[in-house]
Design a protein around this ligand. Structure first.
Ligand code: PEP
Ligand code: MG
Length: 576
């Protein structure tokens, strides 16, 4: 038995066998095929080659414009790999002889090529290995289609163990196949961790050496609340955790008891509790946990795990569904927040030294107005089906807000011309997640209908701590006095300007900090559905006056650790 400590990313306890995902991008199942399926498999292969060729040529074109012809020519070598007759014929012959699925055969042939090239003492040929691997991954991605389906081969629920999981890997996981996951790297508010909370799968990240210490098949206890993982526990430990699991269920039932009641403090201040969702599929969970609205719909997940961009109609159908399902409650649709730790396979985004400070979110959308407008038109069209609001991510100053609104105006004009109905008075909000936006909130308030404080980014930018880096996770402190002062400033400005202010960063769902936020005057909290019942229960157990006293006392303390401890003590007193 061995216990390893990491960062608690999504709470809950799960016990199950480990399933290690290799660092390689694809785990490909070996599947026998019928003789009648051979022609189909060969056709799939040919289609994937054509598609890959098209992808590379498009990429080349863009690189030629952005970086020059010489850089674009690097990809000629990739196109040559795709035309290699020997490779293609070997794959086709082996499909016919071995009667196995094309993805498996192709990956085997690829491996053989790489190992042959690796043995040759020739620098030029050695360099070709990278080309073969790169092209191979592209072909496999096209062969495997939209989703990576490694989990489909699983026979029982497993604990996924990986060096890292991208947010799109996590989004593709199925709850009935994965009972927890643990990773070597990552932080508490990385999008992978956020996705785990949405899926209600316990997760521990930032374990550093999980993949080195754990083998597939090991029994694991994952305690997502304490951030610990126990490898091959003894009987006594297993019994203890099974009891913990049952206790946790008892507490959850207690919180659920007030789920359908309004969120009001003991002195009758009504608070709005909304849910954060990444996919329309999460709407039933939001409702089940007692959300009275969606405060953040992270639409970028809609662009993930697919090879093309969503069409306006696809966007429209998704937003219409969410709007109708949540009616009469509001739904805040956040426009595409790509970049940072969220990448899409459709765009070859340039490799950046500091992606969180780079070409992301509204910066990307303003540079790609055609892509942006497709989404804006769809949100506008869906606005007639419920109470939709739209919100821009990563606004750093008034000019960006004005530029985005100009594109919104164009989208409205296009719809008017096409005689398409929409709500002309749709509310437009701004995420306050960049310190410069917090410092100029008074200016932004003049041209926005509401603010939503995005603490996940606001904390990383104001404390200069990468939210996804486990090495500096100890510095990522939501209760840091600088963060609390900034939040207070934003709330005060919003109130003085007469606009609504909410919070949709993970901090809004941190039980102990809820008391401080309530006391600072926050009246809209948006969080992963799974934490709503607990937050509702806490708010119903306290008066606004008590919360204001707690917030004032907290603002007088000088370290994040002191504030965190103080708020924990206060929470315990209140829930007694
Ligand atoms: C935030 O930054 O707080 C936020 C809610 O947005 P995201 O986590 O998607 O960056
Ligand atoms: Mg953000």
């Amino acid at each position: 038995m061995l216990e390893v400590k990491g960062i608690a990313a999504a709470s809950g306890i799960s016990i199950g066998p480990a399933y290690k995902i290799s660092k390689e991008e694809f785990v490909i199942a070996k599947e026998p095929i019928e003789a009648g399926d051979i022609a189909n498999q060969i056709q799939l292969f040919e289609e994937a080659l054509i598609r890959t060729r098209k992808d590379i040529m498009e990429l080349q074109k863009r690189i030629a414009v952005e970086m020059g012809q010489e850089q674009a020519e690097i990809f000629d070598a990739h196109l040559l790999v795709l035309e290699d007759r020997m490779l293609i014929e070997e794959v086709i012959t082996r499909i016919k002889q071995e009667k196995l699925n094309v993805a498996y055969i192709f990956s085997e042939v690829l491996k053989k090529y790489v190992s042959v090239f690796a043995k040759i003492e020739d620098e030029y040929l050695k360099e070709r290995i990278a080309d073969i691997n790169d092209v191979g991954k592209r072909v496999l991605r096209n062969l495997l289609g939209k989703e990576r389906k490694w989990f489909e081969e699983l026979k029982e629920k497993v604990v996924v163990v990986a060096h890292d999981l991208s947010p799109s890997d996590t989004a593709a996981m199925h709850k009935h196949k994965v009972c927890a996951f643990v990773t070597d790297i990552g932080g508490k508010t990385s999008h992978t961790a956020i996705m785990a909370k949405s899926l209600e799968i316990p997760a521990v990240v930032g374990l550093e050496s999980a993949t080195a210490k754990i083998k597939t098949g090991d029994t694991l206890i994952v305690d997502g609340s304490m951030g610990s993982v126990i490898i091959n526990p003894d009987e006594k430990t297993l019994r203890k955790y099974r009891q913990e699991e049952a206790k946790l269920k008892g507490i959850t039932d207690k919180f659920f008891s007030t789920r359908d009641l309004p969120t009001i403090t003991k002195d009758n201040k009504e608070i709005r509790i909304h849910a954060n969702i990444e996919l329309p599929d999460e709407v039933p969970s939001a409702k089940l946990h007692g959300a009275w609205g969606i405060g953040l719909y992270r639409t970028e997940f809609f662009y993930m795990n697919r090879n093309d961009l969503p069409t306006e109609e696809e966007h429209y159908q998704a937003y219409k569904y969410v709007a109708e399902e949540m009616k009469p409650y509001p739904v805040v649709i956040r426009t595409l927040d790509l970049g940072g730790d969220k990448f899409l396979s459709q765009f070859e985004m340039p490799q950046e030294m500091q992606p969180f400070l780079g070409w992301r979110a509204i910066r990307f959308c303003l540079a790609q107005p055609d892509i942006f407008k497709v989404q804006l038109r769809a949100i506008l069209r869906a606005s007639v089906h419920g109470k939709l609001k739209l919100m821009y991510p990563m606004i750093s100053g008034i000019e960006e807000l004005q530029q985005a609104n100009k594109i919104l105006k164009e989208a409205k004009q296009e719809l008017k011309k096409g005689k398409k109905a929409f709500d002309d008075n749709i509310e437009v909000g701004v995420m306050i997640e960049v310190p410069s936006a917090a410092m100029t909130a008074d200016l932004l308030a003049k041209e926005a209908n509401f603010f939503s404080i995005g603490t996940n980014d606001l904390i990383q930018y104001s404390l200069a701590v990468d939210r996804a880096n486990e090495k500096v996770a100890y510095l990522y402190e939501p209760a840091h006095p600088a963060v609390l002062r900034m939040i207070k400033g934003i709330i005060d400005i919003a109130k003085n300007s007469g606009i609504r202010v909410g919070m949709c960063g993970e901090m809004a769902g941190e039980p102990a900090l809820v008391l401080i936020l309530l006391g600072l005057g926050l009246d809209e909290f948006s969080m992963p559905p799974s934490v709503i019942p607990e937050v509702k229960y806490i708010i119903r157990s306290v008066s606004l006056k008590q919360a204001q006293e707690i917030a004032n006392e907290a603002l007088g303390l000088s370290t994040g650790r002191e504030i965190e401890k103080f708020s924990q003590i206060k929470l315990r007193e209140i829930l007694q």
